[in-house]
Write a protein that binds this ligand. Structure first.
Ligand code: PGA
Length: 257
């Protein structure tokens, strides 16, 4: 069995201006133990306006943190007022781009096709997409969770090539668990992450499916990270609310201590 390298990412959403962002990363770095960085990827995804400041901080303090963006446009440049391209993010040493977060799907009309274009644009710049999928409460109650998630996965990854499986990250985020304090049980999270891995084997091959990392997201906290990470198909977490507090995020990142 492949040993998958854990990946914990903080999705700050529309929180923290660039000065607050610097403070948060400095505090986080202070709380982290050197061992937390070993054999594990730690990503912070602040709003666009803070990327440059955080990049500079990471550089000057030689922090082993990876920079993430929360979104991008699928074209490299052009007349797209208000948009930011993956090419621009690459110039800022961004390593990961969250694609198709449920808030983008629900509030900004992102379809699987749009997510798919973004994933390809991100890969073209040699950045790593974190592709989000997840069902709503209604879909879960109707017994359609797996069907919805697999459908999103197929649509978002259509025609996407995976050369190095480390370069593709998936995030299973049930919509009903995001920002609600309600976490999926570890069994439910595992079940859907396993379904995602099985679908990856269909879309690619067993070796790829075995090596791609799958995060769980939705009310991840210091109190539940360990049990989630203990599940065989959960390789990391995409953390919203709790990543805005340096103490909490450090405890989550330090789940192995
Ligand atoms: P949450 O958000 O941790 O606040 O539930 C997770 C996410 O939306 O990525």
């Amino acid at each position: 069995m492949t040993e998958r390298r854990p990946i914990i990412a903080g999705n700050w959403k529309m929180h923290k201006d660039h000065l607050e962002a610097i403070q948060l990363v400095q505090r986080l770095a202070y709380h982290l133990d050197e061992s937390d960085y070993e054999g594990q990827d730690i990503v912070v995804a602040p709003p666009f306006v803070a990327l440059r400041s955080i990049q500079t901080l990471i550089d000057s303090d030689r922090l082993p943190l990876a920079l993430g963006a929360q979104n991008c446009h699928w074209e490299a440049e052009g007349a797209f007022t208000g948009e930011v391209s993956a090419a621009m993010l690459a110039r800022l040493d961004v390593a990961y781009v969250i694609c198709g977060h449920s808030e983008r799907r629900a509030l900004f009309g992102e379809t699987d096709e749009i997510v798919n274009r973004k994933v390809k644009a991100v890969q073209k710049q040699h950045l790593r997409p974190i592709v989000c999928v997840g069902e709503t409460l209604e879909e879960r109650q109707a017994g359609r969770a797996e069907e919805v998630v697999v459908g999103q996965l197929r649509g978002s990854l259509a025609g996407v090539k995976v050369v190095d499986p480390e370069e593709l990250v998936l995030a299973y985020e049930p919509v009903w668990a995001i920002g609600t304090g309600e976490t999926a049980t570890k069994e439910d999270a595992q079940e859907l992450c396993a379904a995602i891995r099985a679908e990856l084997a269909e879309l690619y091959d067993d070796a790829t499916a075995e090596a791609v990392r799958i995060q769980y997201g939705g009310s991840v906290k210091p109190g539940n990270i360990r049990e989630l990470m203990g599940e065989p198909d959960i390789d990391g977490a995409l953390v919203g609310g709790a990543s805005l507090n340096s103490d909490d995020f450090a405890l989550i990142v330090g789940w192995r201590r």
